[in-house]
Design a binder for this molecule. Sequence first.
Ligand code: AMP
Length: 398
Amino acid sequence: MSGAVVSINAGSSSIKFALFTLDTDGPRHAAAGKLEGIGTAPRLVARDADGAVLVDRSWNNGAGLTHEALLHDLFAWAGDHLPEHEIIAIGHRVVHGGMAFARPLLVDDALLTALDALSPLAPLHQPHNLAAIRAIRALAPALPQVACFDTAFHHDRADSATRFALPRALHDKGIRRYGFHGLSYEYIARTLREIDPELAGGRLIVAHLGNGASLCAMREGKSVDTTMGFTALDGLMMGTRCGNIDPGVLLHLLTQEGMSSGEIETLLYQQSGLLGVSGVSSDMRALHKSEDPHAAEAIDLFTWRAAREAGALVSSLGGLDGIVFTAGIGENDPIIRASICERLAWTGLTIDRDLNARNAPVISRPDSRIIARVIPTDEERMIAVHTLGVLPAPGGGR
Ligand code: AMP
């Protein structure tokens, strides 16, 4: 029997997962899917590496089923699906590692307690990440679990990239810019080292453009600056999040509009961004199809804001050698890529219309001063790689 690892990304009502079997050349993607509707109408869907559906299961009267009960059923399915493999570890995306945690870590009681203390920094994500770890501990106490932090990739940036212009005591208390999407950026940096070592060693902007969206400025594969800050609200306009905003607006909403902090949170996280500006949808594909002029306006603002933030990162990098597009929009949407690249033409970037339309790996023209690439991200694989790297060696020690 050989081993397998599971990558988990747990949210409030859904758990994304991927199963990797262990081959000699690293983790091999065996299946991926989602448990969704937890607390209402749970549904488990998993697909193989080619996208064929392996399981599509709903539970009758499943509203009362806990994360733990559903994870039990997920692991039972995984065991049946991979009878020749034993799950030897679980890796988790944990959104916040705070100031202390810059590397993936094996979970123990002390780590869980320390990560609980970071929940106020990411109240919408961290508690759910940790709840899944606890649920699996209850199901299989001896199974090693590894926490992989979305903030870790940005941990070693210079002080200027992490500091708000606030009194020092607040910075020391942890009110600083952390940055997120770190597992995605790390995967891109790693992949680029394999496919284009010269560019990987240069000055790069990676544009992670999905429902959540951010940019990362990298030099020699390391994060120098990024658009997300204290929370995953900052920076670019996103599907339903506002991105950077004058903090005075929040004060105005509190004091003049009489909004509560809860209402403002809902506004900024769930009702803004593409959805708020278009009034149509948070989904880029739906906006392209819409004839509502506000949909076009939302798309235009999205690319304008992305190019504006990219310009700031060019300054952080002291120049630019390449740009990489990734995530749902970045990997699949030639219109958005073209618009952002046109707005960055002043850097010397020109893209090839046909290559861009085909989502080709390189979309810049041969004579472009800046190389533009499209690289599909794979955060789940990054989690699996980290999980294997952290596992105790058989027979003790590390
Ligand atoms: P993600 O959060 O990475 O799953 O990305 C979700 C976003 O990607 C949504 O706005 C989708 O509309 C967008 N997206 C996914 N696939 C495509 C596609 N083929 N063309 C354009 N946008 C896409």
